[in-house]
Design a protein around this ligand. Sequence first.
Ligand SMILES: OCc1cccc(Br)n1
Length: 432
Amino acid sequence: LFSSAASSSTLTHGDIASTHGDADGVVEVNPPRGTRDFPPEDMRLRTWLFDQFREVSRLMAFEEVDFPVLESEALFIRKAGEEITQQLYNFEDKGGRRVVLRPEITPSLARLVIKQGKSVSLPLKWFTIGQCWRYERMTRGRRREHYQWNMDIFGVPKVRAEAELLHAIVLLFQRLGITSSDVGIRVSSRKVLQAVLNMYSIPDHLFTQVCVIVDKLGKMTREEIEKELVSTGLSSEAVQGIIDVLSIKSLSKLEEVLGSDVEAVADLKKLFSFAEQYGYADWICFDASVAFDREGKLRAICGGGRYDRLLSTFGSEDIPACGFGFGDAVIVELLKEKGLLPDMSRQIDDIVFPLDEELEGPASSIASSLRKKGRSVELVEDKRLKWVFKHAERINASRLILVGNSEWERGMVRVKVLSTREEFEVKTSELE
Ligand SMILES: OCc1cccc(Br)n1
């Protein structure tokens, strides 16, 4: 074993097994509950998916950023009762600090924007792909970690930000081969609720309380929602009005009920008109209830929205902000269901195989020069030739480079092109 560090003790496999094994000597091979390993084939799929995320981010002219998975707990303590707060993967570190494995990305983004302060010019368009955690009782056997692609725009108050983010999501789906009949993007605005409360002249101090109740739309029946709304003291007419508006599924109907000069209607009409121009109108639909529908019946693939007042909750001046998070798990389930998973088999360029032990040195220099020319090379030895041919097929090698005595003495090696079965000798110096 070796170590590139200046000095470090090296552990052999035996050491690990003897110091960490349990009763029968074998260490627990599964990762902690709710977490995943990524063996090579799964890692190739994950890398392919993340490359799609990165390519769309590049097309949208976003800059990549990154943060520690470990954050101060204070960043995530919000309105009590929120699921994300109840499921924090939080603990006290050895310095007595309250820290968490982050449950979401947005607060870290906001922290960095505040930290960068005046040194960044707006608008900012940042993206990251990061692991997020939640500590959920394993009652439902759900994951405790996933990776999220986050795209966020800071400093754009108008619906252009939402329109750009929707374009990114549609571009991603199109790159994956998913169509607008496979998925739908439900769009609404919290301003719709504000407009309804104004319509019934409901005082602002009730707005938050009403939002918390309406937030349960995905979880409670209409009757339960009505009962809770009435209990806040709202008139039955206002309660009915709220329920009716939140059931509206068309923008024209919304305009009919709220009027054209209401900001919510103007914003949404502008957004849907942009959608026509971007060419993704058939991917989105208006749904007044989505702003409040947490994990409803449908599996959410991604979600997001505007959060103009987040920075002031951290004591800084507000900057308009809008973003989405796109998880790495539900999308893969969908691709599997639709038969859209790409071919994930392994592929390398060359296998270099010395036919005799004394040719292991020359095989090293051949592998080295091919790698310097950008070829991916696997150096195989101590195997029978029959095994090497099978292995070359298995890992989809393009060529097999055989280093044999008679050829080597003439400054040559033997090349076998696996796709055409073509076989020839070539000067070692001319191999590329
Ligand atoms: O989508 C909410 C979420 C946050 C952290 C970890 C996991 Br798994 N899921």
